[in-house]
Design a protein around this ligand. Structure first.
Ligand code: CDP
Ligand code: MG
Length: 681
């Protein structure tokens, strides 16, 4: 039974809020062509619903120092408002920063806006993401990840280079955006006190529950861009589904066969592997459909997809062909895809989850919030009436949590705490958080940093140590920073820098479909019995030996673009090491010292083989297993350290390194002696 389309969460507005009604493109008006192939870009800008409200928006923002802007995805908030401010001369004395939770969004938005301004990317409009800075002294509009602005704040807590900070996609509540709320608020206050040029802060959100934001910024006004959403029919399943991937597959083909016109379908899934597998199945089935069904193209979309492939999502399918996009939650609000009429919502998302008792952060597939479910449904009604198929029952929907829990309340806080302390914030627990993390999570993070030697307790206070200060110089998780800082003791800093760089980019391995045997044969010569870190290092060493040869990459199933990125990352990390006077040397063939160093830096993530062949994480005694993608999957060594945990059907360790129990004991004798009764062999 179809249900009436409910409206998204009750619209609540504060008195004093400003409303702008945005007219959708009226019938008869020139609509931008699907994919915007031919419409000149300045015409496209003027066709955006936000354009008509331009003058009023500018007039409002001119008077305000804090504003919250909400408007549906695709209305033009991110690309237009910074340009309007710039064109109106607001904040001309400095830069306008626009933060994004996602790297790909920062890059593609900067590219789009610089194109709209008809300038070269990196001149007037640029971007800064971790390990990549495409800006110049001319840059006025700077798109950046929230993490990068936070890093800049360490050197410049008042953010004096900026006159406007736009905190975009605020509804996502990433941990970095949440910390930035506090940082910009205090920067605003201090600049006022010191009579500096004021800082304007604009918070932009795609969802309407903005009370918290408004409250936090001293009841700042809300500018509501009211765009008309076309009606969307919502369908629920009658029964709970045990296999949402299977259910998604069935739904795709049901729509494909029953809906005659080739309108596009957007399916929300949880991650790369699942998406690639489903894409393969869809393509196989599509090949064998009767001729009465039109053709179909299946396009994956996830954050780690190379940019060129991501762009395929925006290209219209050939006439008469249906586009099926299989996406992660990246398609909820970060990117706008035109032409979607059907949304299939599995109701699932892959997100971080943290257990403060165990101190373990895992990536886990879990249910979305109601707010997310509404965002997903909304993608179907941008251009015309649409349909959303929820692969869960109405009762299951009713039981979803109303809004997504902010990341700060469900992640390992060690990295953030280290940054806050480096920012000179003494009492992290009393930091002006919009949503406070739990005391247990803070305690657990302090313990983590204490174990790494980054902080110490003195007279009831937690203080950054000299080591901690050095650790904060790296844009890396604390344990990686620590591993780098330890590496000179093991005479293997070059190798550790390579390994950390390899782990900092999306995978350097290229796994095209249907070529499994060839891939395995090619990888064999690099595979190390010492684990995944060493295997990656072997690949990198071979890559450097052939001078980054593209042909070599193709033959060996290595992603040459990401490998190039590894070189850049390594160069930047090396620069930081030089500033810190770290001795850089290579251990050559003595890879044992590399593993020893990894054991010392990563001992918190260690696991032990049990007599029954399973593994226990040493820290928490949680049952874990080796991920099938690991080169150690068959070998099952007695002790390993791992990079991360992924929770799907089981809790998997990913990227493992073989270590000795003795090394772990040497790394943290008290910790292991006390907690784990680990004894020397
Ligand atoms: O921020 P908001 O979701 O309100 O919209 P936006 O990101 O400013 O996008 C406004 C419009 O610009 C979209 O509907 C797209 O048509 C276009 N756009 C694009 O073509 N390419 C991009 N990389 C970003 C936006
Ligand atoms: Mg946006």
């Amino acid at each position: 039974m179809p249900h009436d389309p409910d409206l998204p969460p009750a619209k609540k507005f504060k008195p004093g809020s400003v409303f702008f009604r945005l007219e959708k493109n009226k019938p008869g008006m020139l609509l931008p062509r699907k994919g915007n192939v031919t419409t000149p870009i300045d015409v496209q800008r003027k066709q955006l619903p936000i354009y008509q409200a331009r003058t009023r928006i500018v007039n409002e923002l001119r008077q305000l120092h804090n504003a919250i802007v909400i408007g549906e995805t695709g209305s033009g908030k991110t690309t237009q408002i910074p340009q309007y401010l710039f064109e109106a001369g607001i904040g001309r004395q400095g830069l306008i920063a626009i933060t994004q939770p996602r790297r790909v969004a920062a890059i593609s938005l900067a590219a789009r806006v610089s194109e709209e301004k008809r300038t070269q990317l990196g001149k007037l409009v640029g971007y800064t993401v971790r390990f990549e800075d495409v800006t110049s002294p001319e840059t006025k509009l700077k798109f950046m990840t929230d993490g990068m602005l936070l890093r800049e704040a360490i050197g410049d807590p008042m953010l004096l280079r900026y006159t406007v900070v736009v905190l975009d996609e605020a509804h996502e509540r990433t941990v970095h955006t949440d910390v930035l709320f506090g940082v910009v608020k205090s920067a605003q206050r201090r600049r006022r006190e010191l009579n500096k040029i004021p800082l304007r802060v604009i918070v932009m959100s795609a969802t309407m529950d903005v009370d918290l934001f408004s409250e936090y910024f001293n009841k700042s006004p809300v500018l509501y861009l009211e765009g008309r959403q076309h009606p969307i029919q919502i369908y629920y399943t009658k029964q709970p589904q045990s296999d949402y991937v299977q259910a998604a597959l069935v739904s795709v083909f049901q729509i494909h066969q029953e809906a005659p016109q080739s309108h596009d379908i957007l399916v929300f899934m949880t991650g790369q592997e699942e998406i690639e597998a489903l894409a393969r199945t869809c393509r196989d089935i599509a090949k064998h459909l009767p001729d009465s069904c039109g053709p179909m193209v299946v396009i994956p979309l996830y954050a780690s997809l190379p940019p060129a492939q991501q762009l395929r999502v925006f290209q219209p399918a050939p006439k008469g062909c249906r586009k099926v996009i299989l996406a992660t939650n990246i398609a909820e609000t970060s990117v706008t895809i035109s032409g979607i009429k059907y949304v299939i919502d599995t109701g699932m998302v892959k997100a971080k989850r943290f257990n403060p008792d165990s101190g373990l952060e895992v990536l886990a597939v879990q249910r979305v919030s109601k707010a997310q479910a509404w965002q997903r449904a909304g993608r179907a009604g941008r251009e015309d009436a649409g349909f959303c198929y929820r692969l869960y029952t109405e009762q299951e929907f009713d039981n979803l949590i109303p809004t997504t829990v902010p990341e700060i309340q469900r992640c390992n806080l060690a990295g953030v705490m280290l940054q806050l302390m480096a920012l000179g914030i003494p009492d992290v627990m009393n930091f002006d958080f919009m949503s406070k993390p739990s005391p247990e999570a803070v305690r657990s993070a302090v313990e983590h940093l204490e174990l790494l030697g980054a902080v110490e307790r003195k007279d009831g206070q937690v203080l950054l140590t000299a080591l901690g200060k050095r650790m904060a110089s790296f844009p890396l998780e604390p344990r990686y920073a620590k591993t780098i800082l330890l590496s000179p003791d093991f005479s293997c800093s070059e190798e550790i820098l390579s390994i950390v760089s390899l782990l900092s980019v999306d995978t350097v391995l290229f796994n095209p479909l249907g070529r499994r045997d060839e891939i395995l044969a090619a990888r064999k010569k690099f595979t190390s019995s010492e684990g995944d870190h060493m295997t990656l290092l072997n690949i990198y060493r071979a890559f450097k030996k052939v001078g980054g040869n593209k042909e070599w990459c193709r033959e060996n199933f290595v992603n040459s673009r990401n490998m190039g990125l590894v070189k850049d990352v390594q160069a930047q990390l090396r620069e930081i090491c030089l500033k810190l006077n770290l001795k850089l040397e290579s251990c050559g063939a003595d890879t044992g010292s590399v593993r020893r160093c990894l054991a010392h830096g990563m001992f918190i993530n260690a696991a032990e083989l049990q007599p029954d062949g399973s593994y226990l994480a040493l820290d928490t005694h949680q049952a874990v297993a080796i991920h099938p993608s690991s080169v150690l999957f068959q070998a099952k060594p007695a002790y390993v350290v791992f990079n991360e945990l992924l929770h799907t059907s089981r809790c998997y360790m990913r990227d493992l390194c073989l270590v000795d129990a003795d090394w772990l004991l040497d790394a943290a004798p008290e910790y292991f002696g006390r907690k784990l009764h680990l004894t020397r062999s």
